[in-house]
Ligand binder design. Structure first.
Ligand SMILES: NC(=O)c1ccc[n+]([C@@H]2O[C@H](COP(=O)([O-])OP(=O)(O)OC[C@H]3O[C@@H](n4cnc5c(N)ncnc54)[C@H](OP(=O)(O)O)[C@@H]3O)[C@@H](O)[C@H]2O)c1
Length: 266
């Protein structure tokens, strides 16, 4: 895909899963990459697996460390002098009923999965406006469109992303700035292992849905296609129950509610 050749792409959550797969796919397409997350050793591992390591820079960051994100954005911009595409991908999922979830966990998930995206966007937007060009890619989830048991904080944060970035898309459309929201179904990554439980501890279980999830390299390929096509929103994954849920929610929301009630949390 010629589209990504020499484009500068900043990816958060690049040390694992979807972010890692996007880094590998984009490096193969000739993109210049800025890889971000907390774990430098894992980012170095991903960098070594990429093609042409001279085209890869690392900017470590913690999405929870709000005051640091302005400087991190400047660091990312100076890495190659500009940024063409920002992929908001770093995040954390949740496995807990509302009644068992502390407010600290509700706020933590919102902070990582929603407010950090807003914060980084606010810092990067002036750069895109000045260049009269830019593309925000937002990795949301099917949970950004529906709600099922044990995902209250996660679904809330992902729904909020749609509200914020749909507004932004309308505001900056005439400034040649694009917004693509990706709603993945189950993708085989460490997302469930790393998910937070109601008391703040790590879920540490993968579960059948993610174990049998769509292969992450195929998900990355679908995401690149959606970005290059300038899609506003795109489902990524297999044509399974998650895609069905999106369709049912659109045309028969009461039926979706019944399906969601029966969803056995795993
Ligand atoms: N896998 C799925 O089925 C699925 C479905 C829908 C949506 N998604 C979304 O896809 C995105 C990527 O998830 P994944 O499936 O690839 O899971 P993953 O393998 O657990 O990767 C999560 C990434 O986020 C980074 N991260 C987590 N907390 C962070 C923090 N405080 N600061 C900076 N980086 C942080 C992690 O890096 P460090 O630990 O190095 O910081 C890691 O690179 C998430 O937004 C997730 O909600 C996934």
């Amino acid at each position: 895909m010629q589209y990504f050749k020499n484009k500068v792409v900043w990816i958060t959550g690049a040390s694992s899963g979807i972010g890692e797969a996007l880094a590998l796919a984009l490096s193969a397409e000739g993109a210049l990459l800025i890889l971000s997350s907390r774990r430098i050793d894992e980012l170095e591992r991903v960098k070594r697996a990429c093609i042409n390591q001279g085209n890869i820079k690392i900017v470590t960051l913690d999405l929870l460390d709000t005051p640091s994100l302005l400087n991190k954005t400047s660091e990312a911009i100076t890495a190659f002098g500009h940024i063409d595409i920002m992929v908001h991908n770093g995040g954390i999922s949740q496995r807990s009923y509302v009644a068992e979830t502390s407010m600290a966990v509700q706020r933590k998930v919102m902070e990582i999965d929603y407010f950090s995206y807003v914060e980084l966007t606010n810092h990067l937007l002036p750069h895109f406006i000045q260049r009269k060009s830019g593309h925000f890619v937002v990795i949301s989830s099917v949970m950004g469109k529906i709600g099922t048991p044990m995902r209250s904080a996660y679904a809330a944060a992902k729904h909020a992303l749609h509200g914020f970035f749909d507004c932004l898309r309308a505001e900056v459309f005439d400034k040649n700035i694009q917004v693509t929201i990706i709603t993945p179904g189950y993708i085989r990554t460490n997302v469930a292992l790393n998910a937070v439980k109601g008391d703040g501890s790590r879920n540490a279980v993968t579960g059948k849905d993610i174990e049998n999830g769509f292969p992450v390299d195929k998900a990355a390929a679908q995401i690149l296609k959606a970005i290059a096509a300038g899609k506003f929103e795109a489902f990524v994954g297999r044509n399974g129950k998650e895609k069905l849920a999106l369709i049912v929610n659109r045309f028969a929301p009461n039926l979706l509610h019944k399906m969601a009630r029966k969803q056995i949390p795993r």
